[in-house]
Every structure is written in C-alpha cells, then in structure tokens.
Design a protein around this ligand. Structure first.
Ligand SMILES: O=C(CO)COP(=O)(O)O
Length: 250
C-alpha cells in the first residue's frame, strides 16, 4: 500500500501569535505539495490565528500537547475539545522534551492517545532513544516498550490512522541527523513492532516519521526510505527551508 507522506513542523516554544501569522503567510506559497500531508504543530496560543491564516491553503494545524481529561480543574491544561473546536486535526504526544522536562511517561502518553482517538484527533506519537541507550545497544528494546505502552488498548482501526515519529534524542536540535540507514532501521523496527501488536495490514497503513535535525539537504534521502513516511521537523520548520523539505520530491 502506498502511504501518503506526512511532513510536520514542530514549532516548539517559538513564535508569538503575530510572528506565527507572519510565518504562515511566508510559508503558505512554499509548502504546497499534493503528494504529502503538511502539518504545522504550533503552541496552543498560536492555534487560532494559525488556523485562520492557513485558510485556503493545504496547511493542516496540529497541537504540541493535550491533556487526557475532558474538562475541569486542571489549571493550565488544554482539552481535546478545545483543540477540535479550534480546527486542530493532529496532536503531538510524548515528545522527548515533554518526557524530559514535564515528567510525561508512556502511561500518560497512552491516556492521551486514547483521548485523541476518541475525539477524532490524529496523534503523532514520539519515541526515541538517548545516546546512552544507543551506545548500550538497547535502542530497539526501549522504543518497542514506548510503542507497546503508548498503543495499549488502541484498536487496529485507530492505529492504522496514527502517526509515529521516531526521534533519536541525540539528533534533536544538535545538527546531528541519524544516518539514513539508522533512521530506516529503527522505523522498520517500529513497523515490525506494530505488526506484532496488530497485524500486517495495520503495520502497512500506519505512518512513521523520522525527526531530528531534518533539513532540506537530508530530507530527500530520508523520505525515500521504504519505512520512512515523512518527517517531524523542528528548527527548519521555522524557516523558508521548510518549503524545500515539504517539496523534497520535486
Ligand atoms: O524535536 C524535533 C521535532 O519534534 C526535531 O527538532 P530539530 O529538527 O530542531 O532537531
């Protein structure tokens, strides 16, 4: 089955609302590509102006996080309903920065995954090893654990629509991209893990991205790999270069 590529920007904690609108206006003409889903995952406060600014373009909007309860006394959190009502389609869950700085665990990521599906949001679930884990030779054990816990009680039908982002922590924001072989090997390992949990049809349908210092120069080779269905892009998503990444195949 031919999987449609999905190329997403993760803006992280960058761009005020007015800067966000300016960036969308700059990127809008550059990111047109019918062959890929193009997603801008933006800070919560930028969502409404970005949805508005992206109207009439192929840009879909995602959030960078979400809480797993419906509503109530959870000061500072954002609910799934708030996201869908604002026009959000995707939500990044379990980014390594959230796991490291905000104590997210695979268990809380799993709760968020289930909530996201319940509300028709497509999760982009992040996983990835530290440099230490890679050197210890436990990369795949660690990632399989993250995937298995993250997908607990997720049905095959839901899993087919999900996105997994493989982001080696040592490659994030370091300018150190994983080699094409390393990225393909782990993305294939993740697909094999999905086949074990579910079946071949689910493994064949789920989209797996690579993330970690992706730029216009590295994107074409990475995205051409059989198990890499696009990218989750940090720093380079804030620049006109993102247009080149999205049009990696042109
Ligand atoms: O964390 C990332 C995307 O979620 C990757 O960030 P960089 O592309 O800046 O390395």
């Amino acid at each position: 089955m031919a999987r449609k590529k999905i190329i997403a920007g993760n803006w992280k904690m960058n761009m005020t609302p007015s800067e966000a609108v300016e960036l969308v206006n700059t990127l809008k003409p550059l990111v047109a590509n019918d062959e890929a889903d193009v997603v801008f995952c933006v800070p919560a406060i930028d969502i409404i102006p970005v949805v508005e600014a992206a109207k009439g373009s192929n840009i879909q909007v995602g959030a960078e996080n979400m809480y797993f309860e419906e509503k109530g006394a959870y000061t500072g959190e954002i609910s799934p309903n708030m996201l869908t009502d604002a026009g959000v389609k995707y939500v990044i869950l379990g980014h390594s920065e959230r796991r490291e700085y905000f104590a997210e665990t695979s268990e809380t990521v799993n709760k968020k995954m289930l909530k996201a599906f319940e509300h028709g949001l497509t999760p982009i679930m992040c996983c990835g090893e530290s440099l230490e884990q890679r050197e210890q030779g436990i990369t795949m054990d660690w990632i399989r654990q993250q995937v298995k816990v993250g997908f607990l009680n997720v049905t095959a039908e839901q899993a087919k629509t999900a996105v997994i982002a493989y982001e080696p922590i040592w490659a994030i924001g370091t300018g150190k991209t994983a080699t094409t072989e390393q990225a393909q090997e782990v993305c294939k390992g993740i697909r094999d893990c999905i086949a074990e949990i579910y079946d071949e049809a689910t493994a064949d349908a789920i989209r797996i991205q690579y993330g970690g210092s992706v730029n216009a120069a590295t994107a074409p080779e990475l995205f051409a790999q059989p198990d890499i269905d696009g990218g989750l892009v940090g720093g380079a998503a804030l620049k006109p270069d993102f247009g080149k990444i999205v049009n990696y195949n042109k």
